[in-house]
Design a protein around this ligand. Structure first.
Ligand code: G6P
Length: 367
């Protein structure tokens, strides 16, 4: 057991530390003569160019990777993109035409709702791409094309390295669509690809400089509830941060877009209530800082995930966990890591079994 965990106390921590490798492996061989290539998708650039609507369907953590994908596909390829829980999508009557692309994201490749949604979408005439971690899994077999996330086997029930692999794969897909539609120039794609590859080293840096996570975790370990907020990409990541925490620590956690706080969640805040804020430098940074001030004024204990070098943020937060500066489009990759570590550390402090949380299964193969 100890050997399998590679010297780490649990699989979750081991898997968190594997993430730089996952990023590198997922990107390996994708840039060929300066062009992005994902042959396994089985669609020509001309066919990709025709896509005019995207649905990302998934469950759990994979759904949150979809939220990140929406930002990227709409931002770069300018294709309207919706993200839906597979369990909702399969019972609705979504608008599907032959130029609709459905992207099914599933670590295990065998989640019942995701599979049912794939079948339904294909019957309705959509093209389906699968993004999965398991070779030859049902999602891989039943999709028209597939991207593998190269996370290797994930043992901890709460997904970490697969999530990063999904984000990286979806980022490649967004770039590929932008390339096919001519929305990004080749030199822009090359630059973005290089920066994407650099996130592997940035995640290594985060893992090596994570001391503040312990202090921040101590501030939450006794709490009954916690709020995660952010804007834009930060809102998507806040949702995954809250899910991770509740899955393994049984602490109630919810996530909100920071701008929505005054429409409800701010009523929860009293002395010492933990608010975890994704406050990295982005076009909405100042707005997020105002939300921090409003929370602080009501007694919240604030934990900020912030960009290295941002000294000003210390005035508004009780704990600051710094991560390297990256383009906003890639901030989901870097900002997720301290939130994974935070959830795990809190769970350990609360005496929980982080690898095998109660009532949860690694894959949900029945409805
Ligand atoms: C379960 C797991 C989660 C996972 C979700 C979707 O709830 O505990 O970690 O995100 O299923 O699984 P999938 O394999 O489809 O990504």
């Amino acid at each position: 057991d100890v050997a399998e965990k590679g010297g780490y106390p649990d699989f979750m921590l081991k898997e968190i530390h594997e993430q730089p490798r996952v990023i590198r492996d997922t990107l390996a061989g994708r840039l060929v003569n300066g062009r992005l290539e994902i042959d396994e998708l089985g669609m020509s650039p001309e066919e990709l160019d025709l896509i005019d609507r995207v649905y990302v369907i998934a469950c759990g953590t994979s759904y949150h990777a979809g939220l990140v994908a929406k930002e990227l596909i709409e931002g770069w390829a300018r294709i309207p993109t919706e993200v839906e829980a597979a369990s909702e999508f399969r019972y609705r009557n979504p608008i599907i035409t032959p130029t609709t692309l459905v992207v099914a994201v599933s670590q295990s490749g065998e989640t019942a709702d995701t599979l049912a949604a794939i079948r339904d979408a294909r019957v309705k005439g959509a093209r389906v791409f699968g993004i999965t971690n398991v070779l030859g899994s049902p999602v891989a077999r039943e999709s028209d094309g597939v991207i593998y996330t190269k996370a290797n086997k994930e043992i901890a029930v709460a997904s970490t390295k697969s999530f990063l692999g999904q984000i990286v794969s979806l980022t490649l897909l967004a770039l590929l669509l932008a390339q096919a539609k001519g929305k990004l120039k080749m030199n822009q794609i090359r630059l973005l690809f290089r920066e994407l590859a650099d996130t592997a080293e940035q995640v290594e840096w985060i893992l090596a400089h994570a001391d503040e996570v312990n202090e921040a975790a101590r501030a939450c370990a006794e709490a009954r509830s916690a709020l995660f907020v952010g804007r834009g990409m930060g809102a998507a990541i806040a949702r995954e941060g809250a899910l991770k925490l509740k899955e393994i620590s049984y602490l109630h956690a919810e996530a909100y877009p920071a701008g929505e706080m005054k429409h409800g969640p701010i009523a929860l805040i009293d002395e010492g209530f933990p608010v975890i804020v994704v406050a990295t430098k982005s076009p909405v940074y100042d707005k997020t800082v105002s939300n921090m001030q409003e929370s602080k004024a009501r007694g919240a204990t604030i934990i900020a995930i912030a960009t290295e070098g941002d000294e000003d943020i210390k005035a508004h937060a009780d704990h600051v966990i710094y991560i390297p500066k990256v383009r906003d489009a890639f901030s989901a990759i870097t900002a997720s890591v301290p939130l994974q570590l935070l959830a795990r550390t809190i769970a350990v402090m609360r005496g929980c079994d982080v690898d095998q949380p109660r009532n949860l299964a690694k894959s949900v193969t029945v409805e």
